[in-house]
Ligand binder design. Structure first.
Ligand SMILES: NC(=O)c1ccc[n+]([C@@H]2O[C@H](COP(=O)([O-])OP(=O)(O)OC[C@H]3O[C@@H](n4cnc5c(N)ncnc54)[C@H](OP(=O)(O)O)[C@@H]3O)[C@@H](O)[C@H]2O)c1
Length: 349
């Protein structure tokens, strides 16, 4: 299989760096282009990143000498992963799609547009069919596929098996989100250290709306949203990586704890598809009373799983549990790579 040439827009940010790490030796994709803002253009990746690299392992050798380019079409690749700041991502991603590139985006800008698939491969791979409507509506040769918000991804992975097995009527979710979710340099240390900030701009709105599109059903060229209500409260906590969410849920039908665990643990719709970044177990259920925890569990399945624990009855709704997931891997960079792998397997690339 010939490798597809790919580029990373926003390669210098936290998500962009993770994309560069995860694309090293990727069996299907070959990173040939990196791009960022004017202040980085023309420099090598090593020069730009030597004081900004955020991982304990070194900058991958294969990327050191790549030169940063402007985020505009003309890059020598067919697919771009966008890790751009949402302040600029909207028009740049559109320009690329118009120019014929496939865009796999992390940014919020296009997520809720009716002809843009908002995809989690295990949950709604069939929504990729919106690509055809999008190309037709906009007369584009390329297209945009969006990755959901980082908390939405882990919440939706947890909800999907329950939705299919028991139905869902109501969800209440309180998040404890890592500081890396705000990008680099992100939240000032004086605000975040030893503290909890009970507000993340726009986050509650995303968490209350995106899962309904993702769990919705596709009919032809649009998605009919799932019909249940979500109430979200989002907090920034002093954790490096890993978003934790406390969830209470009212189900459509009666369920027992064992049935809930069974539906979560047996959930594995991508099994056998051979997607290189798909986790063997997208959902891991922990039985210990004190798990999951960000520092112990966020890297499970190389950061691509959602880890669920503390499943128990709720005295107001039906059940409650905690779900944890890596915000930068499954919640962003790894999620967009898995989306692109799905598109390749389905023939869209
Ligand atoms: N962090 C997370 O956990 C997470 C999770 C899910 C989704 N996301 C989304 O993913 C995207 C990237 O997030 P991040 O955390 O990596 O942010 P970040 O660390 O702030 O990085 C932002 C990137 O955007 C580039 N950029 C900024 N202004 C630009 C301009 N005018 N033209 C071209 N490039 C520009 C920056 O390049 P320079 O370095 O050259 O300025 C940098 O590469 C955002 O849309 C974010 O909402 C993040």
């Amino acid at each position: 299989m010939k490798k597809i040439k790919v580029g990373v827009l926003g390669a210098t940010g936290l998500v962009g760096q993770m994309l560069v790490r995860l694309l090293e030796n990727h069996p299907w994709f070959d990173l040939s282009e990196i791009a960022a803002s004017e202040r980085s253009v023309g420099k090598t990746y090593l020069e730009t990143m030597k004081n900004r690299w955020s991982a304990s392992e070194s900058i991958p050798v294969y990327a050191k000498d790549l030169k940063l380019k402007e985020c505009s079409p003309g890059l020598d690749c067919d697919l771009v992963f966008s890790a751009l700041d949402s302040g600029v991502a909207g028009p740049i991603e559109e320009e690329f799609a118009k120019a014929g590139y496939a865009v796999s985006s992390n940014a919020r800008n296009h997520r809720m547009e009716p002809d843009v698939p908002l995809i989690i491969p295990e949950v709604n791979a069939d929504h990729a069919a919106l690509i055809n409507a999008q190309k037709k509506n906009r007369a584009w040769d390329g297209f945009i596929v969006a990755n959901p918000n980082c908390s939405t991804i882990h919440l939706s992975l947890a909800l999907k098996p329950l939705y299919d097995s028991f139905g869902i009527e109501k969800v209440m979710v309180t998040t404890m989100q890592a500081v890396s979710g705000a990008g680099y340099p992100g939240v000032p240390s004086l605000d975040s250290l030893d503290n909890v900030i009970p507000f993340i701009s726009g986050e509650e709105e995303k968490l209350e709306s995106e899962p309904l599109k993702i769990l919705g059903s596709i009919n032809g060229s649009s998605v009919a949203n799932a019909v249940f209500s979500i109430s979200a409260q989002c907090n920034r906590v002093s954790v490096r990586h890993g978003h934790m969410e406390s969830v209470s849920i009212k189900l459509g039908r009666k369920a027992e704890t064992e049935g809930i665990i069974e539906s979560l643990e047996s959930f594995n719709p991508l099994e056998g598809m051979g997607l290189p970044s798909a986790p063997r177990h997208p959902i891991i259920v922990r039985r210990e009373e004190s798990r999951p925890q960000p520092s112990l569990d966020a890297n499970a399945e190389k950061g691509m799983a959602s880890i669920i624990g503390r499943i128990r009855r709720c005295s107001i709704l039906d059940y409650r549990f905690v779900v944890l997931g890596h915000n930068i891997i499954r919640g962003a960079a790894g999620g967009t790579i898995l989306n692109a792998e799905l598109l390749r397997a389905k023939g869209y690339l």
